[in-house]
Design a protein around this ligand. Structure first.
Ligand code: RM4
Ligand code: MN
Ligand code: MN
Length: 430
């Protein structure tokens, strides 16, 4: 029987901290009040926020140098949902899961949906996988994604890739998802290997075909990435290309920004502003990076950049987090995967609270008065605020944990999973 983490269990393990947290929150509310700020809308905004957990991130990620299982990793999609349910129980903010097909390919999708329902989880965007060969592409031994999928020179390979995306949509429809994310590995490793323009045109046409098959109410996301696994060029290399592809595909296509998919020092907050401006900001994959697509915990390397990105989001949402798709896309090689995702969620919750404290009208005033020092003051006032009691209170009101990591440790989640699933089980994923 999987361990179901409930509010009662959380209250039990956090019993001794309740009084201290209460006192901290009351003091914080009073302190902000003195400065004319009501914390209640900030608490409410944190309570409202939710970010999807990717099914592949409940297991450890590998590098090309090895993979070290965390112990007790999920052995199938249902167990992945069990883990996300535990995560959601402590954060109160991971109410959906994003599947990656065929890493997850349920035999009975309707039953999986019922199972998720029981756990209080929904299905976020479906992720298609045309970067690794799978049974469908190698069935006859002739079609492979080795030289690309939607950009492939062979019409048969392109057709297979489109069919795979359509199958993901079909599966998603049964699960209750309403979006498809298309991240492609297509590109080249060697100068001259393929023609930039012909590759682009094939991908653009393929995406249009997929877009045509979108059910009512669905969206499609194009996700750019400058390199890896293609090392000389990728077809969807940057936000500009992603925008061109989305525009070519159709009205319901929008761009997804994976924070790690930018070359070092890219001004990601400006990218977000541009995409929002033209109505093509589809969603986010949260992570952080030092060098490349490092898939590190969001906010762990560049917290101020992350704050500035969320500022752009609030502008787009009219003073709150806009209704776009949010997902964590990280790879945990060393940390316990659930702890890492709890930390990522906690970081986002803190940043949402800080930005909710920001006075956007005052900021616009300083900008129009050509007063960069005052603009910096306004930003820093929010960024330097200690919002920990506000976030803890929002989680408590959602029936979640004051301190998600400590709660997971105290209730012994990983230990119980190791007993149940074994020390060497490995979840499907990268
Ligand atoms: C890619 C990209 C995609 C993710 C795969 C696993 O780098 O971030 O979003 O699905 O990795
Ligand atoms: Mn991603
Ligand atoms: Mn990535």
């Amino acid at each position: 029987m999987p361990l179901r983490v409930t509010t009662d269990i959380i209250n039990e393990v956090e019993k001794e901290w309740h009084g201290r947290y209460r006192a901290d929150f009351d003091a914080a509310a009073e302190r902000f009040e003195r400065w004319g700020i009501d914390v209640e809308p900030v608490v409410a905004e944190v309570q409202r926020f939710s970010v999807a957990a990717p099914s592949w991130a409940v297991g450890t990620g590998g590098t090309r140098f090895g993979r070290f299982p965390a112990g007790g990793e999920p052995r199938g999609t249902e167990e992945k949902l069990d883990d996300v349910a535990a995560l959601n129980a402590v954060t109160g903010a991971n109410r959906s899961v994003s599947l990656h097909v065929p890493w997850d390919d349920p035999d009975d999708p309707a039953a999986l949906r019922r199972y998720a329902d029981e756990l209080g989880l929904g299905f976020d965007a479906m992720n298609s996988n045309t970067f690794q060969d799978n049974a469908a592409t190698t069935g006859d031994g002739e079609i492979s994604y080795k030289f690309g999928s939607l950009a492939h020179a062979s019409p048969d390979a392109r057709k297979r890739a489109i069919e795979h995306n359509l199958a993901c949509i079909e599966l998603g429809r049964t699960l209750g998802s309403t979006a498809l994310t298309v991240w492609l590995a297509d590109g080249t490793n060697h100068p001259g290997q393929a023609d930039f323009r012909r590759q682009f045109e094939r991908v653009a046409d393929g995406l249009r075909d997929i877009h045509e098959a979108l059910p009512e109410g669905w969206s499609m996301f194009t996700e750019h990435k400058p390199y890896e696994p293609a090392f000389y060029s990728t077809v969807n290399a940057d936000w500009g290309t992603s925008l061109l592809l989305a525009q070519h595909a159709g009205d319901r296509a929008a761009c997804l920004v994976d924070l790690g998919h930018h070359l070092p020092n890219t001004n990601i907050e400006q990218v977000v502003s541009r995409l929002a401006m033209v109505g093509r900001l589809g969603g986010f994959h949260f992570n952080d990076s030092k060098y490349g697509d490092d898939d590190l915990t969001v906010g762990s390397i560049n917290p101020y950049q992350f704050f500035l990105i969320v500022v752009e989001l609030f502008k787009h949402g009219g003073g709150r987090m806009p209704d776009v798709a949010y997902m964590i896309d990280a790879s945990h090689n060393l940390k316990d995967p659930l702890e890492d995702m709890a930390q990522a969620t906690d970081q986002i919750q803190h940043t949402v609270a800080q930005v909710a404290l920001l006075d956007l009208t005052e900021l616009a005033g300083a900008q129009d008065a050509n007063d960069p020092a005052m603009a910096a003051e306004i930003l820093q006032r929010a960024y330097r605020s200690d919002v920990r009691p506000i976030v803890a209170e929002a989680r408590r009101r959602n029936g979640a944990a004051l301190d998600p990591i400590m709660a997971l440790r105290r209730l012994g989640y990983r230990r119980t999973m190791v007993d149940e699933r074994g020390a060497t089980s490995m979840a499907t994923g990268l």
